[in-house]
Design a protein around this ligand. Structure first.
Ligand code: NAP
Ligand code: MN
Length: 264
């Protein structure tokens, strides 16, 4: 999408370390000459910190997700969800002032359980570190498998480079609307069998996780942790909600991958 909208207000979500705080003060000083700081109703949300800060930003503005556009400036090592490095903050200011942006949209996952409904930019995980978690997996109400092990992870394309990647899942280009189910230490032998490999599904699928007991298990939603009720029923699908990211410079997905993982 090529953005036609004019950005008038902004807010900053800042990692609470000294470098990020100092950088966000410098940014504010520059941005206040042509934008208005409005924490409640910003057009632009600037995330200053790491990928974790971007996750936090998206969750903070989830109720305004259709109206807000996100952009990240990185203060740590190289970030995957951030387009600007710390020493490029004046370039970011100039780019916002010039206003020639594109908006790209990223699907969120939607998960419902007894506690309520949550949205994830990276992934939803059911994890149990106290005992083997046994759960039945249904895809569109059709029984698929019974999983035993530490847990299962459903990731978005954005999240495919995060936890999912550590689980041996595939990296998926972020322009797709796919979700990926990966196992966390699945138990596989003659008595217990589940798919083992990661499974890629799309927007037409809902995954349901059912168990005799979720005792000791947690539902991880990006950086959030939710306690599961013993007889919980968990449904995960691609949401119609999307997070909108501002783009001023064209960093290809290939380039992003190389920068973050291949050191070139
Ligand atoms: P964190 O412990 O700081 O995150 C772990 C690492 O994942 C950090 O280096 C973080 O980058 C990076 N990361 C987050 N989202 C990413 C993405 N979409 N692509 C590539 N790297 C990404 O915790 P956090 O900052 O609150 O982030 C929560 C996320 O951490 C979860 O959603 C999960 O994906 C990930 N995580 C991964 C593992 C694992 O790989 N074993 C374990 C727990 C959590 P920054 O340092 O820039 O924040
Ligand atoms: Mn982090």
């Amino acid at each position: 999408i090529i953005g036609g909208e004019v950005m008038k207000t902004y807010a900053i979500v800042c990692k609470q370390d000294q470098e990020s705080i100092t950088l966000s003060e410098k940014l504010k000083e520059q941005l206040n000459t042509f934008l208005t700081y409005n924490e409640k109703e910003p057009d632009i949300v600037i995330s200053v910190g790491g990928d974790g800060t971007m996750l936090y930003s998206v969750h903070k503005y989830i109720d305004a997700i259709d109206r807000v556009a996100f952009i990240g400036i990185h203060t740590g090592t190289l970030g995957f969800l951030t387009d600007y490095q710390r020493d490029e903050y004046l370039q970011l200011v100039l780019d916002i002032q010039n206003g020639q942006h594109r908006i790209y949209e990223r699907h969120l996952l939607e998960v419902s359980c007894l506690e309520g409904t949550y949205f994830a930019l990276n992934e939803v995980r059911i994890e149990n570190n106290r005992r083997s978690q046994v759960m039945d997996v249904y895809i569109n109400d059709e029984y698929f498998e019974t999983f035993r092990g530490n847990g299962l992870c459903v990731s978005t394309p954005v999240g495919s480079t995060a936890y999912n990647k550590s689980l041996g899942g595939a990296v998926i280009n972020t322009c797709t609307g796919l979700m990926q189910l990966s196992e966390i230490a699945g138990i596989h032998h003659n008595a217990y069998r589940s798919l083992g490999s990661s499974l890629i599904l799309d927007q037409s699928h809902t995954i349901r996780f059912q168990s005799q007991s979720y005792q000791g298990a947690i539902l991880g939603v990006d950086h959030l942790v939710i306690d599961l009720k013993d007889k919980d029923c968990i449904c995960v699908k691609m949401s119609s909600k999307k997070a909108r990211f501002l783009q001023y410079r064209n960093v290809s997905f290939t380039q992003r991958l190389k920068r973050a993982y291949l050191n070139s």
